[in-house]
Design a binder for this molecule. Sequence first.
Ligand code: FAD
Length: 468
Amino acid sequence: MNRAHATAAAAALPASVDVLLVGLGPVGAAAANLLGRYGVRTLAIDKAAEVFTMPRAIALDNEALRILQLAGLEDGAFATHAIAKVQMHSPLFGPYARANTAGDLDGHPRLVTFYQPELERVLRERLAQYACVQTALSTELVDYAERGDGVTATLKQADGTLATVRARYLVGVDGAGSPVRQRAGLGFEGKTFSEDWLVVDAIGVPDPIDHVEFICDPRRPTPHMGAPGGRQRWEFKLAPGETREQMERPEQIRALLAPWCDTKLVTVERTAVYRFHARIVERFSRGRVFLAGDAAHITPPFVGQGLVAGLRDVANLSWKLAWVVHGRAAPAILDSYDTERRPHAKSIVRMALLMGRLVMPANRLTALGVHGLMALLQRLPVTRAWFQDLKIKPLNRFGRGLFQPGAGRARLVRGGLLPQGLVRASPDAACQPSDDVLGPQLNLIGFGCDAQAALSPALRERWRRAGG
Ligand SMILES: Cc1cc2nc3c(=O)[nH]c(=O)nc-3n(C[C@H](O)[C@H](O)[C@H](O)COP(=O)(O)OP(=O)(O)OC[C@H]3O[C@@H](n4cnc5c(N)ncnc54)[C@H](O)[C@@H]3O)c2cc1C
Protein backbone atom coordinates (compact mmCIF):
# COMPACT_ATOMS: atom_id res chain seq x y z
CA MET A 1 0.00 0.00 0.00
CA ASN A 2 1.16 3.56 -0.72
CA ARG A 3 1.47 4.96 2.81
CA ALA A 4 1.18 8.65 1.93
CA HIS A 5 -1.90 7.89 -0.12
CA ALA A 6 -3.52 5.98 2.73
CA THR A 7 -2.92 8.79 5.22
CA ALA A 8 -4.35 11.45 2.92
CA ALA A 9 -7.49 9.44 2.23
CA ALA A 10 -7.98 8.63 5.92
CA ALA A 11 -8.24 12.37 6.71
CA ALA A 12 -11.84 12.39 5.48
CA LEU A 13 -12.75 9.67 7.94
CA PRO A 14 -12.48 9.96 11.72
CA ALA A 15 -9.41 8.22 13.17
CA SER A 16 -11.48 6.76 15.98
CA VAL A 17 -15.14 6.35 16.88
CA ASP A 18 -17.14 4.53 19.50
CA VAL A 19 -19.07 2.38 17.03
CA LEU A 20 -18.28 1.41 13.45
CA LEU A 21 -21.38 0.23 11.59
CA VAL A 22 -20.48 -1.84 8.55
CA GLY A 23 -23.47 -1.65 6.20
CA LEU A 24 -26.11 1.02 5.65
CA GLY A 25 -28.94 -1.22 4.53
CA PRO A 26 -32.24 -0.73 6.38
CA VAL A 27 -30.93 -2.36 9.56
CA GLY A 28 -27.64 -0.43 9.58
CA ALA A 29 -29.45 2.84 8.81
CA ALA A 30 -31.93 2.23 11.65
CA ALA A 31 -29.00 1.46 13.98
CA ALA A 32 -27.23 4.67 12.92
CA ASN A 33 -30.34 6.70 13.76
CA LEU A 34 -30.72 5.02 17.14
CA LEU A 35 -27.04 5.57 17.98
CA GLY A 36 -27.37 9.17 16.79
CA ARG A 37 -30.32 9.70 19.12
CA TYR A 38 -28.29 8.24 21.99
CA GLY A 39 -25.34 10.55 21.19
CA VAL A 40 -22.85 7.80 20.29
CA ARG A 41 -19.89 8.73 18.06
CA THR A 42 -20.57 6.51 15.08
CA LEU A 43 -19.14 5.93 11.63
CA ALA A 44 -21.57 4.14 9.28
CA ILE A 45 -20.09 2.88 6.03
CA ASP A 46 -21.47 1.10 2.98
CA LYS A 47 -19.57 -0.25 0.02
CA ALA A 48 -22.43 0.73 -2.30
CA ALA A 49 -23.02 4.33 -3.39
CA GLU A 50 -26.84 4.09 -3.47
CA VAL A 51 -29.60 2.23 -1.67
CA PHE A 52 -30.41 -1.20 -3.10
CA THR A 53 -33.51 -0.98 -5.30
CA MET A 54 -34.30 -4.60 -6.13
CA PRO A 55 -37.60 -5.92 -4.73
CA ARG A 56 -37.11 -7.17 -1.20
CA ALA A 57 -39.04 -6.44 2.01
CA ILE A 58 -42.63 -5.31 1.52
CA ALA A 59 -44.32 -5.97 4.89
CA LEU A 60 -43.66 -4.62 8.38
CA ASP A 61 -45.48 -5.36 11.61
CA ASN A 62 -46.37 -3.14 14.57
CA GLU A 63 -43.10 -3.98 16.35
CA ALA A 64 -41.02 -2.81 13.39
CA LEU A 65 -43.02 0.42 13.16
CA ARG A 66 -42.54 1.00 16.87
CA ILE A 67 -38.77 0.58 16.52
CA LEU A 68 -38.76 3.03 13.60
CA GLN A 69 -40.66 5.43 15.89
CA LEU A 70 -37.88 4.93 18.45
CA ALA A 71 -35.37 5.71 15.68
CA GLY A 72 -37.12 9.05 15.12
CA LEU A 73 -39.50 8.34 12.23
CA GLU A 74 -42.88 9.94 12.83
CA ASP A 75 -46.14 8.59 11.35
CA GLY A 76 -46.13 9.30 7.64
CA ALA A 77 -42.32 9.61 7.36
CA PHE A 78 -42.56 6.94 4.67
CA ALA A 79 -45.64 5.65 2.86
CA THR A 80 -47.41 2.62 4.31
CA HIS A 81 -50.56 0.76 3.39
CA ALA A 82 -52.45 -0.97 6.24
CA ILE A 83 -53.28 -4.61 5.56
CA ALA A 84 -56.53 -5.84 7.13
CA LYS A 85 -56.25 -9.54 6.31
CA VAL A 86 -54.06 -12.30 4.95
CA GLN A 87 -56.28 -14.68 2.98
CA MET A 88 -55.30 -18.24 2.00
CA HIS A 89 -56.81 -19.78 -1.13
CA SER A 90 -56.65 -23.46 -1.99
CA PRO A 91 -57.36 -24.78 -5.48
CA LEU A 92 -59.32 -27.57 -3.73
CA PHE A 93 -61.20 -25.71 -0.98
CA GLY A 94 -61.25 -22.06 -2.14
CA PRO A 95 -60.62 -19.51 0.65
CA TYR A 96 -59.78 -21.91 3.48
CA ALA A 97 -58.01 -19.84 6.14
CA ARG A 98 -57.29 -16.24 7.03
CA ALA A 99 -55.33 -14.17 9.50
CA ASN A 100 -56.91 -10.96 10.80
CA THR A 101 -54.36 -8.20 10.75
CA ALA A 102 -56.75 -5.24 11.05
CA GLY A 103 -56.33 -2.73 13.85
CA ASP A 104 -53.46 -1.40 15.92
CA LEU A 105 -51.19 -2.85 18.56
CA ASP A 106 -48.91 -0.73 20.73
CA GLY A 107 -49.81 2.37 18.74
CA HIS A 108 -49.15 0.99 15.26
CA PRO A 109 -51.02 -1.03 12.62
CA ARG A 110 -50.49 -4.78 13.02
CA LEU A 111 -49.37 -5.14 9.43
CA VAL A 112 -48.49 -2.67 6.67
CA THR A 113 -46.87 -2.87 3.29
CA PHE A 114 -44.25 -0.30 2.25
CA TYR A 115 -41.55 0.43 -0.33
CA GLN A 116 -38.14 -0.59 1.05
CA PRO A 117 -35.96 1.83 -1.00
CA GLU A 118 -38.09 4.76 0.28
CA LEU A 119 -37.67 3.67 3.91
CA GLU A 120 -33.91 3.30 3.41
CA ARG A 121 -33.61 6.76 1.83
CA VAL A 122 -35.60 8.38 4.64
CA LEU A 123 -33.47 6.67 7.29
CA ARG A 124 -30.29 7.86 5.57
CA GLU A 125 -31.57 11.43 5.15
CA ARG A 126 -32.44 11.63 8.85
CA LEU A 127 -28.82 10.93 9.80
CA ALA A 128 -27.83 14.47 8.79
CA GLN A 129 -29.36 15.76 12.05
CA TYR A 130 -26.89 13.86 14.26
CA ALA A 131 -23.53 15.58 14.62
CA CYS A 132 -22.16 12.41 16.24
CA VAL A 133 -22.90 10.22 13.20
CA GLN A 134 -20.76 10.28 10.08
CA THR A 135 -21.59 8.24 7.01
CA ALA A 136 -19.24 7.13 4.26
CA LEU A 137 -20.71 5.57 1.12
CA SER A 138 -18.61 3.73 -1.51
CA THR A 139 -16.46 2.69 1.45
CA GLU A 140 -15.81 -0.99 1.99
CA LEU A 141 -14.57 -2.84 5.03
CA VAL A 142 -11.70 -4.98 3.78
CA ASP A 143 -10.36 -6.26 7.09
CA TYR A 144 -10.49 -5.77 10.82
CA ALA A 145 -8.66 -7.02 13.89
CA GLU A 146 -9.59 -6.78 17.54
CA ARG A 147 -6.72 -5.32 19.52
CA GLY A 148 -6.70 -4.19 23.14
CA ASP A 149 -9.65 -2.00 23.92
CA GLY A 150 -10.99 -1.74 20.39
CA VAL A 151 -11.18 -2.92 16.81
CA THR A 152 -8.90 -1.63 14.04
CA ALA A 153 -10.69 -1.64 10.70
CA THR A 154 -9.18 -1.23 7.26
CA LEU A 155 -11.53 0.56 4.87
CA LYS A 156 -11.25 0.92 1.11
CA GLN A 157 -12.58 4.25 -0.11
CA ALA A 158 -14.18 5.13 -3.45
CA ASP A 159 -10.84 6.16 -5.00
CA GLY A 160 -9.21 2.89 -3.94
CA THR A 161 -7.20 4.34 -1.06
CA LEU A 162 -7.08 2.50 2.23
CA ALA A 163 -7.84 4.09 5.57
CA THR A 164 -7.63 2.84 9.13
CA VAL A 165 -10.35 3.53 11.68
CA ARG A 166 -10.26 2.50 15.29
CA ALA A 167 -13.59 1.73 16.97
CA ARG A 168 -14.48 0.55 20.46
CA TYR A 169 -17.13 -1.70 18.93
CA LEU A 170 -17.87 -2.91 15.42
CA VAL A 171 -21.34 -3.91 14.27
CA GLY A 172 -21.68 -6.02 11.13
CA VAL A 173 -24.97 -5.04 9.50
CA ASP A 174 -23.49 -6.12 6.20
CA GLY A 175 -26.19 -8.45 4.91
CA ALA A 176 -26.51 -12.17 4.29
CA GLY A 177 -22.99 -12.64 2.86
CA SER A 178 -21.55 -10.70 5.86
CA PRO A 179 -17.77 -10.37 5.54
CA VAL A 180 -17.79 -9.36 9.23
CA ARG A 181 -19.41 -12.68 10.19
CA GLN A 182 -16.95 -14.60 8.04
CA ARG A 183 -13.95 -12.76 9.48
CA ALA A 184 -15.27 -13.45 13.00
CA GLY A 185 -15.30 -17.16 12.10
CA LEU A 186 -18.90 -17.60 13.21
CA GLY A 187 -20.90 -20.45 11.65
CA PHE A 188 -24.14 -19.66 9.83
CA GLU A 189 -26.23 -22.77 10.37
CA GLY A 190 -29.39 -23.76 8.55
CA LYS A 191 -30.49 -24.62 5.07
CA THR A 192 -30.75 -23.24 1.57
CA PHE A 193 -33.81 -24.32 -0.40
CA SER A 194 -33.42 -25.83 -3.81
CA GLU A 195 -36.37 -23.80 -5.08
CA ASP A 196 -36.29 -20.36 -6.70
CA TRP A 197 -38.94 -17.65 -6.57
CA LEU A 198 -39.66 -14.89 -9.06
CA VAL A 199 -40.68 -11.59 -7.44
CA VAL A 200 -42.64 -9.15 -9.61
CA ASP A 201 -43.65 -5.61 -8.60
CA ALA A 202 -46.12 -3.91 -10.95
CA ILE A 203 -47.92 -0.59 -11.00
CA GLY A 204 -51.13 0.52 -12.69
CA VAL A 205 -52.83 -2.84 -12.06
CA PRO A 206 -56.61 -2.48 -12.63
CA ASP A 207 -58.68 -3.64 -9.60
CA PRO A 208 -55.69 -3.99 -7.27
CA ILE A 209 -56.15 -5.96 -4.07
CA ASP A 210 -55.73 -4.11 -0.76
CA HIS A 211 -54.76 -7.14 1.35
CA VAL A 212 -52.40 -10.12 1.17
CA GLU A 213 -53.48 -13.36 -0.50
CA PHE A 214 -51.64 -16.66 -0.76
CA ILE A 215 -52.62 -18.79 -3.72
CA CYS A 216 -51.64 -22.12 -2.18
CA ASP A 217 -51.63 -24.12 -5.40
CA PRO A 218 -48.84 -26.71 -5.20
CA ARG A 219 -48.35 -26.36 -8.96
CA ARG A 220 -47.44 -22.65 -8.60
CA PRO A 221 -47.69 -21.23 -5.05
CA THR A 222 -48.12 -17.45 -5.31
CA PRO A 223 -48.23 -14.86 -2.53
CA HIS A 224 -49.79 -11.61 -3.86
CA MET A 225 -50.30 -8.29 -2.08
CA GLY A 226 -51.11 -4.61 -2.43
CA ALA A 227 -48.57 -1.95 -1.48
CA PRO A 228 -48.31 1.87 -1.44
CA GLY A 229 -47.78 3.84 -4.65
CA GLY A 230 -50.36 1.69 -6.46
CA ARG A 231 -47.96 -1.28 -6.37
CA GLN A 232 -48.91 -4.93 -6.47
CA ARG A 233 -46.42 -7.68 -5.67
CA TRP A 234 -46.50 -11.31 -6.78
CA GLU A 235 -44.04 -14.03 -5.80
CA PHE A 236 -44.14 -17.05 -8.14
CA LYS A 237 -42.44 -20.29 -7.22
CA LEU A 238 -40.44 -21.64 -10.14
CA ALA A 239 -41.29 -25.19 -11.25
CA PRO A 240 -38.47 -27.73 -11.69
CA GLY A 241 -36.66 -27.03 -14.97
CA GLU A 242 -37.71 -23.36 -15.18
CA THR A 243 -34.73 -21.02 -15.28
CA ARG A 244 -34.21 -17.50 -14.01
CA GLU A 245 -33.61 -16.21 -17.56
CA GLN A 246 -36.82 -17.77 -18.92
CA MET A 247 -38.93 -16.51 -16.05
CA GLU A 248 -37.75 -12.90 -16.23
CA ARG A 249 -38.64 -12.55 -19.93
CA PRO A 250 -41.39 -9.91 -20.40
CA GLU A 251 -43.67 -12.34 -22.25
CA GLN A 252 -43.36 -14.90 -19.44
CA ILE A 253 -44.16 -12.27 -16.81
CA ARG A 254 -47.22 -11.17 -18.81
CA ALA A 255 -48.37 -14.81 -18.96
CA LEU A 256 -47.94 -15.19 -15.19
CA LEU A 257 -49.89 -11.99 -14.44
CA ALA A 258 -52.68 -12.72 -16.96
CA PRO A 259 -55.00 -14.49 -14.44
CA TRP A 260 -55.08 -11.25 -12.38
CA CYS A 261 -55.24 -8.42 -14.86
CA ASP A 262 -55.15 -7.10 -18.41
CA THR A 263 -51.36 -7.02 -18.65
CA LYS A 264 -51.39 -4.41 -21.45
CA LEU A 265 -52.46 -1.85 -18.83
CA VAL A 266 -49.76 -2.76 -16.34
CA THR A 267 -46.19 -1.49 -15.90
CA VAL A 268 -43.77 -4.06 -14.52
CA GLU A 269 -41.54 -2.01 -12.24
CA ARG A 270 -39.05 -4.54 -10.88
CA THR A 271 -38.39 -8.27 -11.06
CA ALA A 272 -35.87 -10.56 -9.39
CA VAL A 273 -35.37 -14.27 -8.85
CA TYR A 274 -34.34 -15.34 -5.35
CA ARG A 275 -33.34 -18.58 -3.69
CA PHE A 276 -34.46 -18.50 -0.05
CA HIS A 277 -32.44 -19.57 2.98
CA ALA A 278 -33.16 -20.27 6.64
CA ARG A 279 -29.96 -19.68 8.59
CA ILE A 280 -28.91 -18.27 11.92
CA VAL A 281 -25.46 -17.38 13.20
CA GLU A 282 -24.08 -19.48 16.06
CA ARG A 283 -23.59 -16.37 18.26
CA PHE A 284 -24.68 -12.78 17.69
CA SER A 285 -21.34 -11.44 18.94
CA ARG A 286 -17.71 -12.31 19.38
CA GLY A 287 -15.57 -10.04 21.54
CA ARG A 288 -16.14 -6.46 20.42
CA VAL A 289 -17.85 -7.48 17.19
CA PHE A 290 -21.64 -7.74 16.91
CA LEU A 291 -23.88 -8.95 14.11
CA ALA A 292 -27.38 -7.72 13.30
CA GLY A 293 -29.97 -8.07 10.54
CA ASP A 294 -29.36 -10.47 7.65
CA ALA A 295 -25.74 -10.82 8.80
CA ALA A 296 -27.10 -12.70 11.83
CA HIS A 297 -30.19 -14.47 10.44
CA ILE A 298 -31.97 -15.00 7.15
CA THR A 299 -35.42 -16.41 6.67
CA PRO A 300 -37.79 -17.21 3.80
CA PRO A 301 -40.08 -14.17 3.48
CA PHE A 302 -43.45 -15.97 3.89
CA VAL A 303 -44.21 -14.24 7.17
CA GLY A 304 -42.53 -10.90 6.32
CA GLN A 305 -40.18 -10.96 9.31
CA GLY A 306 -36.59 -10.79 8.00
CA LEU A 307 -36.16 -7.03 8.25
CA VAL A 308 -38.45 -6.89 11.28
CA ALA A 309 -36.07 -9.26 13.11
CA GLY A 310 -33.11 -7.06 12.10
CA LEU A 311 -34.85 -4.01 13.53
CA ARG A 312 -35.46 -5.90 16.77
CA ASP A 313 -31.71 -6.64 16.86
CA VAL A 314 -30.60 -3.03 16.62
CA ALA A 315 -33.27 -1.76 19.01
CA ASN A 316 -31.85 -4.22 21.54
CA LEU A 317 -28.17 -3.58 20.85
CA SER A 318 -28.02 0.19 20.31
CA TRP A 319 -29.05 1.40 23.76
CA LYS A 320 -26.73 -1.12 25.40
CA LEU A 321 -23.77 0.08 23.32
CA ALA A 322 -24.71 3.66 24.20
CA TRP A 323 -24.77 2.91 27.92
CA VAL A 324 -21.41 1.15 27.78
CA VAL A 325 -19.57 3.79 25.71
CA HIS A 326 -20.99 6.54 27.93
CA GLY A 327 -19.65 4.71 30.98
CA ARG A 328 -23.09 4.15 32.47
CA ALA A 329 -22.97 0.35 32.41
CA ALA A 330 -20.38 -2.41 32.46
CA PRO A 331 -19.48 -4.00 29.10
CA ALA A 332 -20.87 -7.28 30.51
CA ILE A 333 -24.41 -6.06 29.70
CA LEU A 334 -23.55 -6.53 26.02
CA ASP A 335 -23.62 -10.31 26.53
CA SER A 336 -27.39 -10.03 26.96
CA TYR A 337 -27.72 -9.08 23.28
CA ASP A 338 -27.09 -12.66 22.16
CA THR A 339 -29.01 -14.15 25.10
CA GLU A 340 -32.08 -12.07 24.38
CA ARG A 341 -32.11 -11.89 20.62
CA ARG A 342 -30.93 -15.26 19.30
CA PRO A 343 -33.75 -17.47 20.67
CA HIS A 344 -36.44 -15.17 19.25
CA ALA A 345 -34.72 -14.81 15.88
CA LYS A 346 -34.53 -18.61 15.74
CA SER A 347 -38.23 -19.00 16.53
CA ILE A 348 -39.10 -16.51 13.77
CA VAL A 349 -37.12 -18.57 11.23
CA ARG A 350 -38.92 -21.72 12.45
CA MET A 351 -42.31 -20.01 12.07
CA ALA A 352 -41.46 -18.97 8.49
CA LEU A 353 -40.52 -22.58 7.68
CA LEU A 354 -43.75 -23.88 9.24
CA MET A 355 -45.84 -21.31 7.36
CA GLY A 356 -44.11 -22.24 4.12
CA ARG A 357 -45.04 -25.88 4.68
CA LEU A 358 -48.61 -25.10 5.76
CA VAL A 359 -49.64 -22.74 3.02
CA MET A 360 -47.44 -24.01 0.21
CA PRO A 361 -47.31 -27.80 0.37
CA ALA A 362 -45.12 -29.61 -2.13
CA ASN A 363 -47.81 -31.68 -3.88
CA ARG A 364 -51.58 -32.13 -4.28
CA LEU A 365 -51.86 -34.94 -1.76
CA THR A 366 -50.14 -32.96 1.00
CA ALA A 367 -52.20 -29.91 0.01
CA LEU A 368 -55.40 -31.92 0.44
CA GLY A 369 -54.37 -33.01 3.95
CA VAL A 370 -52.81 -29.76 5.17
CA HIS A 371 -55.39 -27.34 3.75
CA GLY A 372 -58.27 -29.59 4.82
CA LEU A 373 -56.88 -29.70 8.37
CA MET A 374 -56.34 -25.92 8.45
CA ALA A 375 -59.89 -25.34 7.18
CA LEU A 376 -61.15 -27.56 10.00
CA LEU A 377 -59.02 -25.86 12.65
CA GLN A 378 -60.40 -22.48 11.56
CA ARG A 379 -63.89 -23.71 12.44
CA LEU A 380 -63.04 -24.74 16.00
CA PRO A 381 -63.07 -21.81 18.44
CA VAL A 382 -60.09 -23.17 20.42
CA THR A 383 -57.76 -23.44 17.45
CA ARG A 384 -59.15 -20.54 15.38
CA ALA A 385 -57.20 -17.92 17.34
CA TRP A 386 -53.93 -19.72 16.68
CA PHE A 387 -53.96 -18.66 13.06
CA GLN A 388 -56.69 -16.03 12.72
CA ASP A 389 -55.47 -13.89 15.63
CA LEU A 390 -51.78 -14.50 14.88
CA LYS A 391 -51.17 -16.54 18.04
CA ILE A 392 -48.80 -18.55 15.84
CA LYS A 393 -46.39 -15.59 15.95
CA PRO A 394 -43.72 -16.07 18.66
CA LEU A 395 -44.02 -13.43 21.38
CA ASN A 396 -41.04 -11.12 21.63
CA ARG A 397 -40.45 -12.07 25.26
CA PHE A 398 -37.08 -13.01 26.75
CA GLY A 399 -36.63 -16.13 28.85
CA ARG A 400 -33.22 -14.91 30.08
CA GLY A 401 -31.42 -11.61 29.76
CA LEU A 402 -30.87 -8.20 31.25
CA PHE A 403 -33.76 -8.11 33.70
CA GLN A 404 -34.59 -9.36 37.15
CA PRO A 405 -36.14 -12.79 36.62
CA GLY A 406 -39.26 -13.85 38.44
CA ALA A 407 -42.99 -13.71 37.95
CA GLY A 408 -44.31 -10.41 36.65
CA ARG A 409 -46.89 -8.57 38.65
CA ALA A 410 -49.89 -6.53 37.59
CA ARG A 411 -49.93 -5.81 33.87
CA LEU A 412 -46.29 -6.28 32.98
CA VAL A 413 -44.43 -9.46 32.13
CA ARG A 414 -40.74 -9.56 33.05
CA GLY A 415 -38.66 -9.85 29.92
CA GLY A 416 -41.61 -8.70 27.82
CA LEU A 417 -42.22 -5.47 25.95
CA LEU A 418 -43.69 -2.49 27.76
CA PRO A 419 -46.99 -1.82 25.99
CA GLN A 420 -47.33 1.53 24.25
CA GLY A 421 -50.46 3.60 24.82
CA LEU A 422 -51.56 7.20 24.62
CA VAL A 423 -50.78 9.33 27.67
CA ARG A 424 -51.33 12.93 28.71
CA ALA A 425 -49.87 15.05 31.47
CA SER A 426 -53.24 16.49 32.53
CA PRO A 427 -56.89 16.07 31.50
CA ASP A 428 -56.59 19.09 29.16
CA ALA A 429 -53.26 18.18 27.60
CA ALA A 430 -52.99 16.52 24.20
CA CYS A 431 -52.52 12.76 24.10
CA GLN A 432 -49.12 11.51 22.98
CA PRO A 433 -47.68 8.05 22.32
CA SER A 434 -46.11 6.88 25.58
CA ASP A 435 -42.76 5.92 23.99
CA ASP A 436 -42.34 9.54 22.82
CA VAL A 437 -43.12 10.83 26.29
CA LEU A 438 -40.91 8.33 28.12
CA GLY A 439 -37.94 8.94 25.78
CA PRO A 440 -34.70 6.98 25.86
CA GLN A 441 -33.90 7.41 29.58
CA LEU A 442 -34.73 5.08 32.47
CA ASN A 443 -38.30 5.42 33.64
CA LEU A 444 -40.08 4.41 36.78
CA ILE A 445 -43.73 3.69 36.09
CA GLY A 446 -46.54 3.24 38.59
CA PHE A 447 -50.02 2.28 37.49
CA GLY A 448 -52.37 4.42 39.53
CA CYS A 449 -49.73 5.21 42.16
CA ASP A 450 -46.62 7.33 42.66
CA ALA A 451 -43.87 4.83 41.92
CA GLN A 452 -41.20 7.05 43.50
CA ALA A 453 -42.89 6.68 46.85
CA ALA A 454 -41.74 3.04 46.88
CA LEU A 455 -38.04 4.07 46.74
CA SER A 456 -35.93 4.84 49.80
CA PRO A 457 -34.13 8.22 49.68
CA ALA A 458 -30.81 6.42 48.99
CA LEU A 459 -32.31 4.43 46.15
CA ARG A 460 -33.95 7.56 44.78
CA GLU A 461 -30.56 9.23 44.66
CA ARG A 462 -28.96 6.26 42.89
CA TRP A 463 -31.84 6.26 40.46
CA ARG A 464 -31.36 9.94 39.73
CA ARG A 465 -27.61 9.48 39.21
CA ALA A 466 -28.28 6.63 36.77
CA GLY A 467 -30.28 9.12 34.69
CA GLY A 468 -33.70 7.91 35.77
C1 FAD B 1 -38.06 -11.27 -1.91
C2 FAD B 1 -37.84 -10.82 -0.50
C3 FAD B 1 -38.93 -10.40 0.24
C4 FAD B 1 -38.77 -9.99 1.56
N1 FAD B 1 -39.86 -9.57 2.26
C5 FAD B 1 -39.72 -9.16 3.53
C6 FAD B 1 -40.82 -8.61 4.22
O1 FAD B 1 -41.92 -8.50 3.69
N2 FAD B 1 -40.63 -8.18 5.50
C7 FAD B 1 -39.42 -8.25 6.12
O2 FAD B 1 -39.32 -7.87 7.29
N3 FAD B 1 -38.33 -8.73 5.46
C8 FAD B 1 -38.45 -9.17 4.19
N4 FAD B 1 -37.35 -9.58 3.48
C9 FAD B 1 -36.03 -9.55 4.13
C10 FAD B 1 -35.40 -8.14 4.11
O3 FAD B 1 -35.40 -7.61 2.82
C11 FAD B 1 -33.99 -8.21 4.66
O4 FAD B 1 -34.04 -8.86 5.92
C12 FAD B 1 -33.37 -6.83 4.85
O5 FAD B 1 -33.31 -6.13 3.64
C13 FAD B 1 -31.96 -6.98 5.42
O6 FAD B 1 -31.43 -5.74 5.70
P1 FAD B 1 -29.93 -5.60 6.23
O7 FAD B 1 -29.72 -4.15 6.46
O8 FAD B 1 -29.68 -6.57 7.33
O9 FAD B 1 -29.04 -6.13 5.02
P2 FAD B 1 -28.84 -5.51 3.57
O10 FAD B 1 -30.04 -4.77 3.12
O11 FAD B 1 -28.37 -6.64 2.72
O12 FAD B 1 -27.69 -4.43 3.75
C14 FAD B 1 -26.34 -4.80 3.94
C15 FAD B 1 -25.47 -3.63 3.48
O13 FAD B 1 -24.12 -3.92 3.80
C16 FAD B 1 -23.30 -3.45 2.75
N5 FAD B 1 -22.03 -4.17 2.81
C17 FAD B 1 -21.80 -5.50 2.61
N6 FAD B 1 -20.50 -5.79 2.74
C18 FAD B 1 -19.87 -4.63 3.05
C19 FAD B 1 -18.51 -4.28 3.31
N7 FAD B 1 -17.52 -5.19 3.29
N8 FAD B 1 -18.22 -2.99 3.58
C20 FAD B 1 -19.20 -2.04 3.60
N9 FAD B 1 -20.50 -2.32 3.36
C21 FAD B 1 -20.84 -3.60 3.09
C22 FAD B 1 -24.11 -3.73 1.50
O14 FAD B 1 -23.71 -2.88 0.42
C23 FAD B 1 -25.53 -3.42 1.97
O15 FAD B 1 -25.94 -2.11 1.69
C24 FAD B 1 -37.48 -10.00 2.15
C25 FAD B 1 -36.38 -10.41 1.41
C26 FAD B 1 -36.56 -10.81 0.09
C27 FAD B 1 -35.35 -11.24 -0.69
